[in-house]
Ligand binder design. Structure first.
Ligand code: TYC
Length: 100
């Protein structure tokens, strides 16, 4: 090789494709008891008491709160589990999903 030539090594470029993420959003309502909302956030979203309290209060004060972000299927499953828990107990608790 001549002095002016540069040797380069070609490394394969590995493409990592990130899946789109979906937000789970908690909506406020006037009927579901605060403690019930906290309980659902703890059981479905594995939150601590203080995390769940913070999310519940944000939804209560602002109308909605982002609970967590997942891939689409997990977000939809968790939103359904949370909403279904409200239905079973007779409350209009609602979780929706939205693409980030
Ligand atoms: N606003 C409800 C009440 O005063 C409590 C509540 C908070 C309900 C958050 C839903 O997403 C919610 N009992």
């Amino acid at each position: 090789m001549r002095a002016t030539q540069t040797q380069t090594t070609q490394r394969p470029r590995l493409k990592t494709v990130k899946p789109p993420l979906w937000k789970v959003i908690l909506l406020n309502d006037d009927f579901t008891p605060r403690d019930f909302v906290v309980g659902v956030l703890r059981s479905v979203f594995r939150m601590t008491e203080s995390e769940a309290l913070g999310v519940m209060l944000t939804a209560h004060r602002k109308g909605s709160c982002v609970v967590a972000v997942f891939t689409r299927e997990i977000a939809e499953t968790k939103a359904k589990q949370g909403t279904d828990a409200g239905v079973v107990a007779g409350f209009p608790l609602t979780f929706t999903t939205e693409r980030e």
